[in-house]
Design a binder for this molecule. Sequence first.
Ligand code: VGL
Ligand code: ZN
Length: 202
Amino acid sequence: MRQANEAILVIDIQVDFCPGGTLAVAGGDEIVAPVNALVPEFPVRVFTQDWHPSNHLSFASQHDGKDPFTTTEMPYGNQVLWPDHCIIGSDGATFHPNLDTHAADLIVRKGFRREIDSYSAFFENDHSTPTGLEGYLRSRGVEKVTLVGLATDYCVNFSAIDAAKLGFEVTVIESLCRAIDMDGSLSAAKVGMADAGVQLAT
Ligand code: VGL
Ligand code: ZN
């Protein structure tokens, strides 16, 4: 059992991010069983769920002539354009069927506003609109967070860096994450996390 001030953040282990999904992360399903085994060790357990309206502006389909995995400028900065994924109410937005979601104390949904994406569990991609997770964790006395899930280089990365900036002690268990790894995004994410003081564990 972990200490009373420790939380686990289980990031976006959803059907669309697993093999067969619309934004499949290679090996995404391999982490489900070991994550299920790890979660009960933590006294505070938060799961996140990417949760987009069907016309979300992070979807390439909403931008004439744009292909998935290209980028565009949004008012808050550069944004990768993704295949349609995790659409509210769709099967692809549900958690992986073998993920033990009964263990979750809180489920945070993010990316539900059309105009702004949200990789981080703490702030939307403008880096200023909060999801409310910081307040939840602080009011439960959490000081240390451990992250697992999908994808290492996007939602896990952004969540871990924001957690470190907020003053939490942060560990990412790399072996319980899988990456999209687009154009060197995984190695860049690892450098960014290390620079932010995030501990990378296996
Ligand atoms: C994610 C891309 C788009 C993630 C979510 O969960 O890492 N990546 N939306
Ligand atoms: Zn998304």
